[in-house]
Design a protein around this ligand. Sequence first.
Ligand code: GTP
Length: 236
Amino acid sequence: MQYKRILLKLSGEALMGDRQYGIDPKRLAEYAKEIKEVVEKGIEVAIVIGGGNIFRGVAGAANGMDRVQGDHMGMLATCINGLALQSALEDADVKTRLQTALEIKEVAEPYIKRKAIRHLEKGRVVIFGAGTGNPYFTTDTAAVLRAIEIDADAILKGTRVNGIYNADPEKDKNAVKFETITFKEVIEKGLKVMDMTAFTLSEENNLPIIVFDMNTNGNLLKLVSGEKIGTIVDSK
Ligand code: GTP
C-alpha cells in the first residue's frame, strides 16, 4: 500500500542509541534524515514519541511513587523528546510543529486537531507531545488516538525488531515472522504488539498497525513506498 498520511510512533528508548539513558544526538540526526526522506516524497508525517529514555511512570509506581505523579513526569519526558526531535528535524531543514496534550504554551502549541491537520496539509511534520494528557494511558494509546483523529492511513510503530514473530526473536532463534496478521489472530495467539487499550482502539477503528525496524537505514522510506517491511496488523 502507498501511504498518504502516516502516524509514526517512536519509542523514547530508541533515542538513547548506545547510551544508558537520555538522548543520543547521532541517533536523533539519523531519525531526522529518515523522516526527511519520507516528507520529501510528499507523505504527511505525524509523530508520537515515548519518554522511557527519561522517565517511565510505571517504573516510578513500582518504586513506590504515586502513579499519577509518575505518569505526569512521563508526559513531560515525551515533551522533552519532542523538542529534541523538532530541533533535529529543523536542523535537517524539515518544517515542524510540536503540539502538546498538556498545555505548556510558552514551549509548544496546544493540541488542536484541526490545526494539526492544517500543518500536515502544508507539509509540516507534526509532533504530538505529552501522550494523551491523561495518566494510565501509554504513548502507544496516544499514537493510536492521534492517528484516528487525524485520519492517518496507518500507525507505523518503529521498534528494534523487524516485525511480529510467533516467539521472541531475541531469545528464540526458531522464531518465525508474520508478514501480515489480523487483530483477531494477535489476540488468539497472545502476541504482544501494543498494550490492550491501544490495540483494541486500533482494532475498533480499523487502523492498521505496522511494526517495523526503525534502526535500519532506509526502512521507513521503503515501507511508505509500498515495500514489504515489517509486519502489518489489520482486520483482513
Ligand atoms: P498557518 O498560519 O496555518 O500557516 O500555521 P502557523 O503554525 O505558521 O501559524 P501560527 O501563527 O499559529 O504559528 C506561528 C508559529 O508560532 C509556529 O512556529 C507555531 O508553532 C508557533 N505557535 C503557535 N501557537 C503557539 C502556542 O500556543 N505556543 C507556542 N509556544 N508556539 C505557538
